[in-house]
Ligand binder design. Structure first.
Ligand code: AHN
Ligand code: ZN
Length: 325
């Protein structure tokens, strides 16, 4: 017993004296990152889709909102439901529900992760015009980002990181107008986010940076460096893309410029000044820049691939758990 102790102490002593910097460096780098379950993220995606289209003012919206709040609470988050009446471009008044889950709410240093949870009321990019007034199921466009974030919430609740994490599911992102009539239709999108950025759930709310997940479930999806992200938060884009590369996910996270997308992160940057990026599927060879099933009745679970959810989830967990206080 005594001999063993002696040997151990000597070994520690030698290590400490001969490579003081190296061992300190090693200690700092040893971060335990919980293991992401793509099956679980896929299941959370499916559960949302099972409510049907999550369109503001519908019963499916209320049912899914309650599912999202309950699930975040079950994972240990402090949950705020932010309800508002918002007027869309055609004058319709909508009940909008942002769902905010806070982990480690007292921590000063925070990271904000977000996705929209509503689905588009019209499949107006469908090749068949008779589908243009039908709703989009939004398996990829909406549910996939929330699915990844719910799985992250489960892991964060079980393995509290040193920093604080806020997860926001924004409503009423996808009610925007596509008319090119000279009016400012850009701002008809992302209404839930615009409302929150002007009326944050906590006065003076701050986060170090924000990451938006939008359409993160497509088979063989490619995520390029979206332009608005690079403009407002190029170092965060760098942090995420290099983390992905070093984890072997470089085929998903392509380190090249993509398009500019008016998306929730724009308003988090512009209106509340939190440097934020968008991880969004971008296809440089498609007409819209998005997948062929974007805003069509084919945005269903058959296009959601666990490998893509996995690449995004693992990458973001590494980003969050490597943040230092
Ligand atoms: C526009 O089409 C202007 N923005 C795309 C934002 C979006 C819609 N993301 C998902 N659906
Ligand atoms: Zn959409």
């Amino acid at each position: 017993m005594r001999k063993t102790l002696f040997i151990l102490l000597t070994a520690v002593h030698i290590t400490a004296c001969s490579h003081p910097n190296k061992s300190a460096e090693k200690e700092q780098k040893t971060v335990i990152v919980p293991s992401f379950s793509a099956d679980s993220a896929y299941h959370y995606t499916q559960q949302q889709v099972d409510f049907g289209p999550r369109i503001p003012n519908t019963d499916a919206q209320l049912a899914c909102a309650s599912f999202l709040s309950t699930t975040l609470k079950r994972f240990g988050a402090e949950v705020t439901e932010q309800k508002a009446k918002l007027t869309v471009y055609d004058g319709t008044s909508l009940r909008s529900i942002n769902i905010i889950g806070s982990f480690n709410p007292k921590a000063e240093k925070r990271v904000l992760l977000f996705s929209h949870w509503d689905s588009r009321p019209w499949a107006d990019s469908d090749t068949n015009p008779s589908n243009h007034k039908k709703p989009v199921l939004g398996a990829n466009d909406g549910a996939s980002g929330v699915g990844v974030l719910l799985e992250m919430a489960r892991l964060i609740g079980n393995n509290p990181p040193t920093i604080g994490v806020d997860i926001i599911f924004f409503d009423t992102e996808d009610y925007g107008s596509t008319a090119h009539d000279g009016t400012n239709n850009e701002d008809s999108w992302c209404l839930g986010t615009q409302y929150w950025a002007k009326n944050p759930h906590i006065t003076g709310y701050r986060a170090e940076f924000g990451i938006l997940l939008d359409m993160v479930g497509g088979k063989n999806a490619t995520f390029y460096r979206e332009q608005i992200s690079d403009q407002f938060a190029t170092d965060i884009v760098g942090k995420v893309w290099s983390q992905a590369e070093s984890l072997g996910f470089g085929k998903y996270f392509v380190n090249q410029r993509g398009g500019a997308v008016t998306d929730d992160h724009l308003y988090v940057n512009k209106l509340i000044g939190i440097p934020s990026i968008d991880i969004i599927q971008y296809d440089p060879n498609s007409g819209t820049g998005f997948a062929s099933y974007w805003h069509t009745i084919d945005d269903t679970m058959k296009n959601v691939d666990k490998n893509t959810l996995n690449a995004v989830g693992i990458t973001l967990l590494h980003v969050v758990y490597n943040e230092k206080l």
